[in-house]
Design a protein around this ligand. Structure first.
Ligand code: 4AD
Length: 458
C-alpha cells in the first residue's frame, strides 16, 4: 500500500538524456541516456535492484537505488517486462565486469508493459516444459531466451519468417488456402506478425520474403506472388515511422544513384528520374477526401452488394467521396499523378483497415488509425505501414470485432502479455518500388516470372 503512493518523477533539472539503442551507448559514457528494452535478468538486494536490460542490439546492466527501488512497479517487476531506464552511463570499476564495460546509474525509470508471475510467468512457461512439441508451440517465447545465440545465426544466413502459416494478416478475402496435412493453412500475406514477435530478441528487424495475395484484380500493380520487404521497429511513435520509411526510400535511391552501374540503368529506363526531396508531403485521409472532391475526382457508386450502380444511360454512376469511403486505386492514382511527387496518406478509418492497427483518439464519433500508405506518381501505393495495437485486451477485442478466431493468434497476443511496447512497421512491394524507379507501366515487368490471377505458368 505504501509503495503505491511512491511516484517517481524525472528531474527536469538534470541534463537532457539522449535516446539510444544499447549497441550505440559507448560514445555516450558519462552522459545521461534513455534506453528502452526488456528485463532480461533481475536481482533484488536490500535497497538495490540490478537489471540486465535487453533490446535486441545488446545487454545493459542497470542499477536502481533509493526511491527508484521502492515504487509499486519496482516491487512487482518481473522478467520480460518492458521498461524505460534513464540515468548516467558509468564505466564499471576495475575488476568488475558488465556487458559493454559500462553500467547505467538510473535516476528515473518507468514500467511500460508488465509480465505475469506465477504459473504464467515467462520463465515457468519457457523452462518447465521440455516436451519438444510444447517448446515448438512456445517458439515465440523461446526465441527471446535464445536471443544471444539467435542474433548471429539469423543475421548471418538471413533466416526468414515462414511462408506456410495458419493466421491471416490482411483479411480473409485475399488468402490462398491449402490443405496442410489435413489442417487448413495459408500462404503468407505478410510476415508482419512474425516480425513483431522478433522485436524482443532481435530488436528492430526486417525481412525480404515472398507474400501471396489471392487478389481478384487484374490491375497494373497487383501480383499474386510478390517480393515483400517488411520491417518492424520497437519503441517508436507514428511520426518516427513515417520519417523512417522516407529515409529508407531516399537512402536506397541515393545508393543506387551513387553506383555507376545502377545509375546508368535507371537513366536508361527512366531518363527523367530525379531523387525525391525530403520531407515527403503528408496528407491525412480526411484532407484527401476534401482534396478529391475539390478536384472532381469521383468514385463509382455501389449498391449494398458492392455492385456498381448505373445511371439512366447505362454508364456507371460516379459520386463524390465522403469520409468512410475507400480511396480506390483509380482515384489514388489520379491524385498522385496530379500531385506528382511522393506523398504519405495517413490516418485511414479503422473499418477500412486491418485488425491490428493502433487507433487515434476518436474524433466526432469516428475512429481513425495510425496507418500510412506511401504513394508514388505512376504507381500509387508502394508502402503500407502502421503502428500496432499495444494493449492485449484491445487486441482481443479487435479479433472479435473482425470475426477472427482468438486461439490461433495466441503467440501474437503473447507479445502484448510479456512486456508490450509501442511499435510499428511497414511493408514495401519491391516490384512496385521498381515500377516507380524504372517508370514501368506494370509491376509484371518487374518480376522474373510474374504471377497474376490465373497465371502460374511457366
Ligand atoms: O498494404 P499491405 O497489404 O500491408 C501489409 O501487408 C502489412 N502487413 C505490411 C506491414 O506493415 N508489415 O502491403 C504492403 C505493400 C503494399 O504497399 C504494396 O507495395 C505491396 O505490399 N503489395 C503488393 N504488391 C504487388 N501485388 C500485390 N497484390 C500486392 N499487395 C500488396
Amino acid at each position: 500500500e505504501q509503495s503505491k503512493k511512491i511516484v517517481l518523477v524525472e528531474d527536469a533539472g538534470l541534463p537532457k538524456a539522449s535516446k539510444a539503442k544499447i549497441v550505440h551507448l559507448e560514445p555516450l559514457r558519462s552522459q545521461r541516456v534513455r534506453v528502452f528494452g526488456w528485463v532480461h535478468r533481475l536481482r533484488v538486494q536490500k535497497g538495490l535492484i540490478f537489471i540486465v536490460l535487453r533490446d535486441g542490439t545488446g545487454y545493459l546492466q542497470a542499477v536502481l537505488t533509493g526511491t527508484a527501488t521502492q515504487t509499486y512497479e519496482a516491487l512487482t517487476l518481473g522478467l520480460e517486462s518492458t521498461v524505460e531506464l534513464v540515468g548516467t552511463l558509468q564505466v564499471v570499476p576495475e575488476g568488475k565486469t558488465a556487458p559493454g564495460g559500462h553500467e547505467l546509474a538510473v535516476d528515473y525509470w518507468r514500467l511500460i508493459g508488465g509480465s505475469p508471475g506465477g504459473e504464467d510467468a515467462f520463465s515457468t512457461r519457457v523452462n518447465e516444459h521440455s516436451d519438444p512439441s510444447i517448446q515448438a508451440d512456445l517458439r515465440h517465447l523461446v526465441i527471446r531466451a535464445l536471443s544471444v545465440k539467435l542474433t548471429p545465426l539469423t543475421t548471418s544466413w538471413r533466416s526468414r519468417p515462414p511462408c506456410l502459416v495458419q493466421t491471416q494478416v490482411e483479411g480473409g478475402a485475399t488468402l490462398f488456402k491449402l490443405d496442410y496435412y489435413g489442417q487448413p493453412a495459408f500462404l503468407t500475406q505478410s510476415s508482419q506478425l512474425y516480425l513483431e514477435t522478433c522485436l524482443p530478441s532481435l530488436g528492430d528487424v526486417f525481412c525480404v520474403q515472398e507474400s501471396f495475395r489471392a487478389e481478384n484484380s487484374h490491375t497494373r500493380r497487383h501480383l499474386s506472388e510478390y517480393t515483400h520487404m517488411e520491417a518492424e521497429l520497437a519503441f517508436i511513435d507514428f511520426n518516427d515511422l513515417m520519417t523512417h520509411i522516407e529515409t529508407i526510400i531516399c537512402e536506397t535511391v541515393d545508393i543506387l544513384l551513387a553506383n555507376p552501374a545502377t545509375a546508368a540503368l535507371i537513366k536508361q529506363l527512366n531518363p527523367t528520374f530525379a531523387a525525391p526531396s525530403r520531407p515527403f508531403l503528408r496528407m491525412s485521409y480526411e484532407d484527401a477526401i476534401v482534396w478529391l472532391t475539390e478536384h472532381g475526382i469521383k468514385r463509382p457508386a455501389e449498391d449494398a452488394d458492392e455492385k456498381p450502380i448505373l445511371d439512366e444511360n447505362g454508364q456507371v454512376l460516379m459520386v463524390d467521396h465522403v469520409v468512410g469511403d475507400d480511396i480506390a486505386e483509380a482515384a489514388e492514382r489520379q491524385m498522385t499523378d496530379i500531385i506528382g511527387k511522393p506523398m504519405f496518406l495517413y490516418g485511414f478509418p479503422a473499418e477500412l483497415k486491418a485488425f491490428y492497427m493502433k487507433k487515434m483518439p476518436a474524433k466526432d464519433g469516428k475512429t481513425f488509425t495510425e496507418s500510412c500508405d506511401l504513394l508514388m506518381p505512376n504507381v500509387g501505393e508502394i508502402v503500407g505501414g502502421s503502428m500496432r495495437i499495444e494493449d492485449m485486451d484491445e487486441l482481443v477485442a479487435a479479433y472479435k470485432r473482425e470475426g477472427i478466431p482468438v486461439e490461433p493468434y495466441y503467440w501474437f497476443t503473447d507479445q502484448r502479455k510479456y512486456g508490450t511496447c509501442a511499435h510499428g512497421g511497414y511493408g514495401m512491394g519491391i516490384e512496385r518500388f521498381l515500377a516507380w524507379l524504372a517508370n514501368r507501366y506494370t509491376v509484371r515487368e518487374c518480376s522474373l516470372y510474374p504471377r497474376w490471377p490465373g497465371r502460374a505458368t511457366p
